[in-house]
Design a protein around this ligand. Sequence first.
Ligand SMILES: *Cc1c(COP(=O)(O)O)cnc(C)c1O
Length: 473
Amino acid sequence: MDSPESFRKEAHKIVDWIADYYAGIEKYPVKAACKPGSVFAAIPDSPPFEPERMENIFGDFESLIMPGMTHWQNPSFFAYFPANASFPSLLAEMLSSALGAQCMKWETSPAATELEEAVMIWLKKMVGLPEGFEGVIQDTASTATLCAILSAREKSTDFRINYDGFRNPAAMRIYCSSEAHSSVEKAVKIAGIGRNNLVKIGYDDAYRMKPEFLEAAILKDIKNGLKPVCVVAALGTTGSTAVDPLEDIAVICQKYKVWLHVDAAYAGSALILPEYRWMLAGIEKADSFVFNPHKWLFTNFDCSAYFVKDSETLINTFKLVPEYLKTQIPEHVNDYSNWGIQLGRRFRALKLWFVIRSFGLNGLQEKLRNHIALAGELKSWIEEHPDFEIMAPALFSLVCFRFHPLDTDDTETLNRMNERLLLAVNETGTMYISHTKLGESYTLRISVSQTMVEKKHVKNAWDLIVEKALSIS
Ligand SMILES: *Cc1c(COP(=O)(O)O)cnc(C)c1O
């Protein structure tokens, strides 16, 4: 298939297939039901020597791959946080693949670089970040958090570790709540700081970091000759969407001159709603902020928005310009490969641009408010049922709850029952939920945030949960 005409023919078929897929997406089991190893076993040991016809390749996609897919775009996908796609996003992704551009530097793709700069300014305004912040698109929040921790490491040592490696004997210390995402611990490992130097701070009854515990931990470390370098605060933890008290944490970070990174991977999208701006109080004292349009802003995976107050520190941490990359670029344009880890970069700004323009801020706000209202309804059904209980405040569109029949109070028994309940509902293939542990309690999580989710999907999910709970108790 090497002519534009044969491509046109195949592409039309695939676009039709995609439209049919979305039209009939509820026919597929939400969670893949395939056996571990079954897809691998179906793929030949060796690659084909002769070219194969697209018809055959596509046939195998349908018969071998599709049955092994979990359908994240199914409106009854309630697990984890979503990885939301939308049609405008898909269209832009097609164009981005078609251009096949590698957007490492301004010169290698001027429009991609300048559009990225422009849409990051749009996003900054949409979520209400202060003027000074500058944005860059990263693949994921994990990468953005790693960039933040590396920047904090370098800033605190006058960029010496970049040159000499670790020589200073004082161990660096990083802080986050015990409910923070695992990507913080991963970043601490990668940055050479060592996971034993990640201090996990206790939380209050709503799973929010306790600022007084943070200050005590910092003081203790200083007394012991250790060096506090960075605090990661979460706006919307992964377990229960708890919002750490940013203002109080920010004051402590300023007092001890510690980098403050804000991880708002999922809940950051809610900042486009004025009624959620309270979360941002104190943000002007933060050094960096990340949220994922690929979670709750209808921009298909991957697309993470990373903002920094001082882009010079970020660039000084990462910049490296070997001879073969030197260009005569004007001073005032950005080379985003110096704003992060990877050299080569995809054209991700295009899909954000398509999404924001196609929905409009108003359309995006409506969609989020609808999700939040649906989650609120689900929460009220759970509260009204005598055998279920809410496990954490539901501030956004995630509801944490568990089955708790009146005659059972033993934690272990409840944990096992809820684990069985999760398996039972997911096995039906009609919905997919996930879990977490809050304290010692196995907790079910329903994230009502899929692009296409409607009230009927939430109602069906709740009815099924109640039905299955009866059968396991
Ligand atoms: C999902 C999530 C992450 C990780 O996001 P990736 O983009 O997959 O790396 C980090 N932090 C929080 C709070 C999250 O919910």
